[in-house]
Write a protein that binds this ligand. Structure first.
Ligand code: NAP
Length: 333
């Protein structure tokens, strides 16, 4: 196992998979963040690893196993297609590396449970990258809700929809990206847990399944809080116009935000507050959620924080995804 990381030296990262998200967002954030150092990037093809290594100033590695075998790496970033996460996250933990994994950590509760247990047993940090949770805009919403701005909580709604991707995109394959529920639907589910608490239960769900590709292309999920019946109405899909939003409704008013899952670091969110006799817009400060999540992961590695609360939410999210898959009404198109 790699030697423990002290409080003072940067966490040394390796990456497995030359993913688009790594190129556009995560690796630029890692390079900018002084508490981490990017050591190596691995690809199944050396030419891809070299392109990434040239841009980000690190070592190209051919093959993921070769990267995991390096002893100059403390932590591994896993931006592979969703259906491959469980296997490679498990291998990285078994190799003694802390793991920063793209969402969804896995698509089955028992696999997530195994990985969380393995990380705990080995004293390693395991974090699922729901980077939106690390943006400061949600704390502004919390503050208003706690101050009574919308009265008592009655309901939450959220949508994440994107336009169709090219035919060869991972999301269009059941074996790799796994379709809209596991790649996109997990965001509004996680957002509902963020605002209503993790103990939500499934009320009902509809999945629109593309018969030819055998994947969900869109869907709708209703969750509810068993103790008081507060509901969450969630929509997702990859055959739409682009939308990422949420709204909290209360007994006296509503709060809503757009671009909640993927705001660029320069974007200033606009929070809308509406009541019977009042309508207001507040511009919130821009924030860099990719840099924040990388910094939060590094802090956990350096301080020995196991991020138990987030791990519990990863487990609950996987359980809800599994329930949706098992119980949704399916419409084949
Ligand atoms: N947190 C976020 O904001 C965010 C945003 C977008 C996506 N994501 C997540 O990030 C992950 C990657 O998404 P992406 O859009 O960046 O995907 P992508 O560009 O297709 O990259 C996936 C990488 O996985 C590797 N890979 C290994 N086996 C593969 C296989 N059988 N088929 C295809 N690729 C394979 C490839 O790297 P090599 O060829 O180099 O080996 C490929 O470049 C997904 O889990 C997605 O949900 C997260």
């Amino acid at each position: 196992m790699t030697s423990p990381v002290g409080h003072n030296r940067p966490v040394r990262f390796g990456v497995i998979g030359c993913a688009d998200i790594a190129w556009r967002r995560t690796l630029p954030a890692m390079v900018a963040e002084e508490t981490v150092g990017l050591v190596a990037v691995a690809s199944r093809q050396s030419v891809k690893a070299e392109r990434f290594a040239d841009r980000f100033g690190c070592v190209p590695v051919e093959g993921y196993e070769a990267l995991l075998a390096r002893d100059d790496i403390d932590a591994v970033y896993v931006p592979l297609p969703a259906m491959l996460h469980a296997d490679w996250v498990g291998r990285a933990l078994a190799a003694g590396k802390h793991v920063f994994a793209e969402k969804p950590l896995t698509t089955e509760e028992h696999r997530t449970r195994q990985l969380v247990a393995l990380a705990r047993a080995r004293g390693l940090v395991l974090l699922e990258n729901f980077m939106f949770l690390h943006h400061s805009q949600h704390a502004a919403v919390d503050e208003l809700v706690a101050g009574g701005a919308i009265g008592e909580m009655r309901g939450f709604s959220s949508a994440f929809t994107i336009p169709p991707k090219p035919a060869d995109d991972i999301r269009n394959s059941a074996e790799t990206g796994g379709g809209a529920l596991v790649d996109i639907g997990v965001y509004p589910i996680r957002a509902a847990m963020r605002f209503l608490g993790p103990d939500l239960e499934l009320g009902g769900a509809v999945l629109r399944i593309d018969r030819e590709r055998d994947i969900a292309v869109s869907g709708s999920v209703q969750l509810f809080r068993p103790d008081d019946g507060v509901t969450a109405q969630l929509n997702f899909g990859m055959e739409h116009s682009y939308r990422t939003s949420y709204e909290l409704s209360g007994s006296r008013g509503r709060l809503s935000l757009d671009r909640v899952f993927t705001p660029p670091e320069s974007y200033q969110p606009v929070l809308r507050l509406e009541r019977q006799d009042h309508r207001e817009e507040r511009t919130l400060p821009a924030d860099d959620q990719f840099r924040n999540v990388v910094r939060d992961f590094a802090r956990a590695v350096r301080t020995g924080d196991r991020l138990d609360g987030l791990a519990e939410c990863s487990l609950r999210n996987a359980a809800l995804v599994e329930q949706v898959r098992d119980h949704a009404q399916r419409v084949y198109v």
